[in-house]
Structures are given as structure tokens and as C-alpha cells.
Write a protein that binds this ligand. Structure first.
Ligand code: SF4
Length: 263
């Protein structure tokens, strides 16, 4: 094993800034092969990413974390991704049902500290069950969504998963998104048409008013104290000093360099 640092990825990200989502998805498949998966919460940008993976015939599985308290529309969108786009959608679950968790720990999502614990148990820990299966996780974060996402990197180390996070749609604008959705008649979560800008658990997501920022509907009951669940590490940490361990030959392929093993 060798070390891949965020600094190395930052340089590569700079070189990739002009690449399209299609080019970045193809790169991910070429470099990581079967060790790449996508991750989607079945929101609009995730649907576009799923459509791209299907259209490009990349044969990349899609991880979906079902917290057990998702909206029915979200689960139906997931099912359509698999039945209509032919995607291999792999659903990950938390250890406890929400009822079991509440019996044991109370209603966690009603306090800021509890929300962090609940999101960790119901979102982050299920994803960690896939640790070791993949060296790359492809997400659909976009800078146009603002907040922490306004500076989301194309490539980032994920120390908990020991994998590279790839955001091929980081530079995809709202206008490009709207055009892509229309041109390709992409399946989207019906809740978007009902005032939801972003969609998470049914306990913690509401529609937003026209003047509100996109994430105003997330943890509204906690005020401005909570904005992200932590399943995307770049939402909660800049990671600039972090690194992960991968095979040397894979790191060489990622960075586009060759190691001379004769030296
Ligand atoms: S969004 Fe709410 S219900 Fe869902 S895992 Fe986080 S705190 Fe729990």
C-alpha cells in the first residue's frame, strides 16, 4: 500500500476542471474498473448522474442508503433507476429500525447533537458496510448548490471509506442541469415538483419557500445549526491534510504516472 494525499488530488483536480461529467465518469471507470461505485440519495442531481452512467453503459453500481425513514417517492425513484435505467442499485441499511433506535436512545433528531448521532448511525455507518469493496465513490455534488458545496472538489480523499470521492458534476450549472433533464426526460423524484429543493429523511426534510436557499428544508426544526449529514466528507471537513492508502499501481494510474520498479 502507498499513500495518496489530498494535495496530490488537488493538483489533479485543477487539471480536470475543464472536463465534462461524461469525461470524468469515463475516467473513473477506466482507472478504477470494478472498484468504482456511485452513491445517490435519489435527488435530482443523483438522477442525472444515474442517467449518465446508464447512457454511457459504464456498468457502475449505485449505492443507496435507506435510513428506514425515507419518503416513499424516494424509494420509488430508486426502483425506477434499476428497472428503467438497468442500473445495479445496492441498498444499504442501518443496524436498527427507527422504532428500535427511538426505544433505545430517544428521538435523536430533535437536538443538534442527536441529529449528528442519528445521521451517523443511519447514513454514515450503513455506507461504511461497503468499506473495502470500492476504491472510488462517485457522487453528484454540485458547486451551484452553494453553501459548503460551493467549493466542493472534483476529487477528494475519504478517510473513513479509504476511497477517492469523485464529483464529476461539480461544475455542472443549474442551466446545464435543466437542459439535461429536459433533453433526456430524466426520471426525477416527484417531491422536487412539490417544493422540495433537496430530499433526505422524512423526519428532517421539508419543502422550501421560493426565496429560501436550497438547503433551508433540511433540519428546519433545528434552525441554522444543522446543514449536512456527514455522508459526504467534504461537506463537513476540508480534508486538505488528509490521505488514504491504496495500491501503488492504482495511485500511479490515478495520477497518470508510472513507477519504475527497477529502481
Ligand atoms: S436526516 Fe434526520 S432522521 Fe435522517 S438520519 Fe439524519 S437526523 Fe436521523
Amino acid at each position: 500500500m502507498a499513500r495518496l494525499t489530498q494535495k496530490q488530488l488537488n493538483q489533479l483536480s485543477k487539471n480536470f476542471e475543464e472536463r465534462t461529467p461524461d469525461e470524468l465518469l469515463r475516467w473513473a471507470k477506466e482507472i478504477f474498473g470494478d472498484r468504482a461505485s456511485a452513491i445517490s440519495a435519489m435527488q435530482k442531481s443523483g438522477s442525472v448522474m444515474c442517467h449518465m452512467i446508464s447512457r454511457l453503459k459504464l456498468d457502475i453500481p449505485v449505492l443507496f442508503v435507506d435510513t428506514g425513514v425515507m419518503y416513499q417517492e424516494t424509494l420509488e425513484t430508486r426502483d425506477r433507476m434499476s428497472s428503467e435505467y438497468g442500473l445495479d442499485v445496492r441498498t444499504l441499511h442501518p443496524e436498527m429500525t427507527m422504532a428500535e433506535q427511538t426505544d433505545k436512545l430517544g428521538v435523536l433528531y430533535l437536538s443538534v447533537e442527536g441529529q449528528e448521532q442519528c445521521c451517523h448511525m443511519r447514513k454514515v455507518e450503513p455506507l461504511l458496510k461497503a468499506k473495502g469493496e470500492y476504491d472510488a465513490l462517485i457522487g453528484s455534488l454540485r458547486r451551484a448548490d452553494g453553501g459548503r458545496r460551493g467549493v466542493c472538489p472534483l476529487l477528494a480523499v475519504d478517510t473513513e471509506m479509504n476511497a477517492v470521492r469523485i464529483n464529476p458534476m461539480a461544475n455542472f450549472t443549474d442551466e446545464q442541469m435543466a437542459a439535461y433533464l429536459e433533453e433526456n426526460d430524466v426520471i426525477i423524484n416527484p417531491l422536487h415538483k412539490q417544493g422540495f429543493a433537496t430530499i433526505g429523511c422524512n423526519r428532517c426534510t421539508t419543502p422550501i419557500l421560493p426565496h429560501e436557499v436550497k438547503r433551508a428544508g433540511r433540519w428546519r426544526h433545528l434552525g441554522t445549526a444543522a446543514a449536512y449529514c456527514g455522508i459526504n466528507p467534504t461537506d463537513v471537513s476540508d480534508g486538505d491534510s488528509q490521505s488514504i492508502d491504496l495500491p501503488q499501481d492504482l495511485i500511479d494510474r490515478i495520477l497518470g504516472q508510472k513507477t519504475d520498479f527497477m529502481i
